[in-house]
Design a protein around this ligand. Structure first.
Ligand code: SF4
Ligand code: SF4
Length: 169
């Protein structure tokens, strides 16, 4: 199946269904929460959304967009295991964050990661987000159909202004 920026989330999640729950990716990081993930996880854990955010989540910024993710147990390293990983298993598997459900360890992993980046991190309404994505592409970063700069910002003049810092907001 060809994955493009426009592929619907339902089809993307179908591709992630082959997670074997081995816990490998969860030992090195955690997945971003989007949509109603916070609500669902809080309900599953029988705690308030505030308590969930304070005790178990932090935020990470990528492409000038901040999203919540489960905290990492880093022990002084730049990476770490997800706070929800218990006995090598996800303790919130039934309601795990959207990005965890997308998965990234199958043959479509790279495209799935780019799909997530394009749909949840690169913000075409934010010139700085577009510039950071342009820098990613310039440094050799891959993309998928619908993710070229001229596809994201079809107005050539606008794109030029964004990239030359003439447009800030
Ligand atoms: S998505 Fe993570 S936990 Fe699931 S099979 Fe792949 S590496 Fe293992
Ligand atoms: S929430 Fe679960 S699936 Fe996601 S990184 Fe943490 S342990 Fe892994």
């Amino acid at each position: 199946m060809k994955i493009t920026k426009q592929t619907p989330p339902s089809e993307i999640l179908d591709l992630g269904h082959n997670c074997k729950q081995c816990g490998h990716c969860c030992s090195l990081g955690s997945g971003f929460l989007v949509g109603d993930d916070i609500k669902k996880i809080a309900r599953f854990m029988k705690i308030t959304e505030k308590e969930l955010a304070e005790k178990y989540l932090d935020e990470k910024e990528l492409f000038n967009t901040r999203l919540s993710r489960p905290k990492l147990i880093t022990q002084g390293k730049p990476y770490g295991r997800c706070i929800f990983l218990k006995d090598k298993r996800c303790s919130i598997h039934q309601v795990k964050p959207f990005q965890c459900r997308v998965g990234n360890c199958n043959e479509n992993g790279e495209e799935l990661s780019i799909w997530f980046t394009l749909n949840f991190l690169v913000n075409t309404e934010d010139p700085e987000s577009v510039r950071q994505y342009a820098a990613y592409l310039k440094s050799g970063g891959k993309t998928i159909e619908g993710g070229k700069l001229e596809e994201l910002i079809p107005d050539k003049e606008k794109l030029k202004k964004i990239l030359s810092f003439e447009e800030f907001k």
